[in-house]
Design a protein around this ligand. Structure first.
Ligand SMILES: N=CN[C@@H](CCC(=O)O)C(=O)O
Ligand SMILES: [Zn+2]
Length: 412
């Protein structure tokens, strides 16, 4: 496939650049008036239209006049396997109930778990497929998906099996994260160690034997899992080679970031609440700060301090957090808009956070997240746009016209 007359080919980071920090995040290399050649699902070559080799001119081509070509969004934090929506909680939130109050009243994660336990694997696969298809049509070309609405041995495995089926059924890379430590099931309300033992002694060995997870996650938060409990679970996961990506500092500064960094987490996600200590502990680590601004938007909680994180040279990624409770949306375009509007990131920073750093937060930035020769051709072509800033500026609209996955047009 040859794409010609591209107004701007976006995200031309050198292939060896795997993650962006600090000032690098402001640099989004763009080649204007360009062509791009794809072969065998990979980016074969690109250049300026004025220098297009005559040897490729005869190839069938797509004319992208007035349009930009971006690497697909890399959404590194989602919970898209769930049994039912929770709009009844939406009404409670509007009345003024907080996330914690709804959870304490039997809503929240336990509500989703009860519904998921009664759903079949096929039903979950079907509904998650519909969500994933929609996300891909909105420009996502790589995704991470968590368990965590199972909370029993059978149901956590059921969720991970659904993710494994999605991996086979969809033409994009998918990473699976084991999140049984999402909430304490009611039966273990007063026996936390009992549930942790179940995770460590029953779930982890089975999941590892069936190779069902790539990462391990814990919701480290007041009312959920303590720092000590998190440490215990992450260490048990490490014995099976599962690296941490954890829910940290969503509702309070909890020590989650510190315990994650100590356990060499790939990413700490949320960070709506941060202080200098949080920033200091991330500063000298390789852990990525994954920010989820559509969760802040939906819950009406604080927005993460992206500017201080970037100023401290910490790599920042953006992801959706798509889930039925705190973020019922998988639209990365809206996340990039919120990155600019609410996190005060410049458009270049927000785009980099949603492409290369998102890929890095799934350890796939070797092959995804930028336009470089030899990388996978997961891309989107925009509608005609005046500038790249127009994409986040025109929030709530989609500027995406054509989706290309592995060098082929994807129509859903
Ligand atoms: N905070 C924990 N997990 C999800 C919400 C889960 C839910 O409410 O169902 C999140 O990332 O926001
Ligand atoms: Zn989450």
């Amino acid at each position: 496939m040859l794409i010609t007359n591209i107004k701007g080919l976006v995200g031309l980071h050198p292939k060896e650049k795997l993650v962006l920090r600090g000032r690098e995040m402001s640099d989004l290399p763009i080649l204007e008036n360009a062509w791009l050649l794809i072969e065998d699902g990979l980016i074969k070559d690109f250049g300026k239209m004025s220098e297009i080799p005559s040897s490729i001119l005869h190839l069938p081509s797509t004319d992208a006049e007035g349009r930009y070509v971006f690497p697909s969004w890399c959404d590194s934090h989602t919970h898209i396997v769930f049994a039912a929506s929770r709009e009844e909680e939406f009404a409670m939130k509007i009345q003024g109930k907080t996330y914690e109050e709804i959870a304490a009243a039997g809503g929240g994660i336990l509500n989703s778990a009860a519904k998921l336990q009664n759903a079949t694997e096929d039903e979950l696969f079907e509904s998650a497929s519909i969500r994933l298809k929609q996300m891909i049509l909105q420009g996502t070309g790589a995704v991470e998906i968590k368990s965590g609405y199972g909370l029993t041995v059978e149901s956590e495995i059921k969720m991970l099996r659904v993710i494994s089926r999605l991996k086979k059924a969809f033409p994009i890379p998918i990473k699976a994260t084991f999140l049984a430590a999402h909430a304490y099931p009611t039966a273990f309300k007063d026996n936390h160690q009992g549930y942790i033992d179940l995770i460590i002694n029953e779930m982890l060995p089975k999941i590892a034997a069936q190779k069902l997870a790539d990462y391990i996650d814990v919701f480290c938060e007041k009312g959920f899992f303590s720092v000590e409990e998190t440490d215990q679970i992450l260490k048990a996961g490490a014995k099976y080679g599962l690296k941490p990506k954890i829910h940290a500092n969503q509702l309070s500064v909890s020590g989650a970031v510190e315990v994650a960094v100590k356990n060499k987490a790939i990413s700490v996600d949320h960070l709506e609440e941060t202080n200098q200590e949080t920033i200091d502990s991330l500063k000298n680590s390789n852990t990525i700060a994954t920010l989820l601004p559509s969760c802040s938007f939906y819950l009406g909680i604080s927005f993460a301090d992206a500017k201080s994180l970037i100023a401290a040279d910490i790599p920042v990624a953006l992801a959706t957090d798509f889930n039925p409770g705190s973020t019922p949306s998988g639209n990365m375009n809206f996340v990039v808009s919120l990155g600019c509007i609410k996190l005060k990131m410049q458009p270049e920073q927000a785009v980099n956070a949603a492409i290369l750093n998102g890929a890095a937060a799934m350890e796939i930035s070797n092959d995804y997240g930028s336009i470089a020769v030899g990388k996978r051709a997961n891309l989107f072509i925009t509608k005609p746009m005046p500038s790249i800033a127009y994409l986040p500026y025109s929030f709530g609209e989609t500027q995406i016209e054509t989706i290309i996955l592995n060098g082929e047009i994807y129509n859903g």
